[in-house]
Design a protein around this ligand. Structure first.
Ligand code: MN
Length: 227
């Protein structure tokens, strides 16, 4: 096959303990998957289930990067999230089989231009400009699932050393198997898909010169600076 210009290299994420990289196929995100965060966004988690949206695959940013403050926003928000990396695809995946489709886990930031997202919500428009912008998906290296023990894990984010977000993975409204089962009824999952699983409470604005440190116990810590 020949192309009119060289196709771009596939977006990819590092893997802990390996030189080979994880090629990214798609990025799916879960909205309002922690009750405390749903409430801080003015929603009632008892009345409205979590839901999905997407980011482009090339929105991934490597751990340790200096992130340029994005355009057209004055309210860039951090959302620290557990990221699930899919190794085996499928549709209508059953709950009992769901975890066998997981390659590994990482720590991600669902960066959000909150002002653009709020405007989209007000006007009933899509969220893309608020959520799916360039460099909106920093991700740490992926820890293979066999090496990750996450059932008791806390998830947290510090900005300039101060704790901003904290929660427990056990507080997710949809568990990882439930997310995979539900998502696979809407889209055919494929090897290389990343799923951002939602953020705990404490989302807030970032400023140039901020230093971020975010983690999930048992996974590589994500470190970024905003420039
Ligand atoms: Mn999010």
């Amino acid at each position: 096959m020949t192309f009119v210009f060289p196709p771009p290299a596939p977006p990819s994420v590092a893997i802990v303990g390996r030189t080979e990289r994880f090629p990214v196929h798609r990025i799916y995100c879960v909205g309002r998957n922690y009750a405390a965060h749903a409430r801080e966004m003015g929603k009632d988690p008892e009345r409205e289930a979590p839901f999905f949206f997407c980011k482009p695959a090339d929105a991934v940013v490597a751990n340790g990067s200096a992130l340029p403050y994005p355009s057209r926003t004055a309210d860039l928000h951090h959302e620290i999230e557990l990221v699930v990396a899919i190794g085996t695809g499928g549709t209508n995946i059953g709950l009992s089989q769901a975890l066998s489709h997981v390659y590994g886990y990482a720590v991600g930031l669902d960066l959000t231009r909150r002002d653009l997202q709020a405007e989209a919500k007000d006007k009933g428009r899509p969220w893309d400009t608020g959520k799916a912008f360039d460099r909106s998906a920093p991700v740490s290296a992926i820890t293979p699932a066999a090496a990750a023990s996450l059932s008791e894990s806390k998830i947290w984010l510090k900005v300039n050393g101060a704790l901003r977000q904290q929660g427990a993975l056990a507080d997710m409204i949809w568990s990882v198997p439930e997310i995979i089962a539900e998502l696979s009824t809407l889209f055919e999952l494929a090897p290389g898909d990343l799923i951002f699983t939602g953020t705990p409470a404490g989302v807030a604005a970032l400023r140039p010169d901020d230093r971020l440190e975010g983690g999930v116990d048992g996974l590589e810590t994500l470190r970024l600076s905003v420039v």
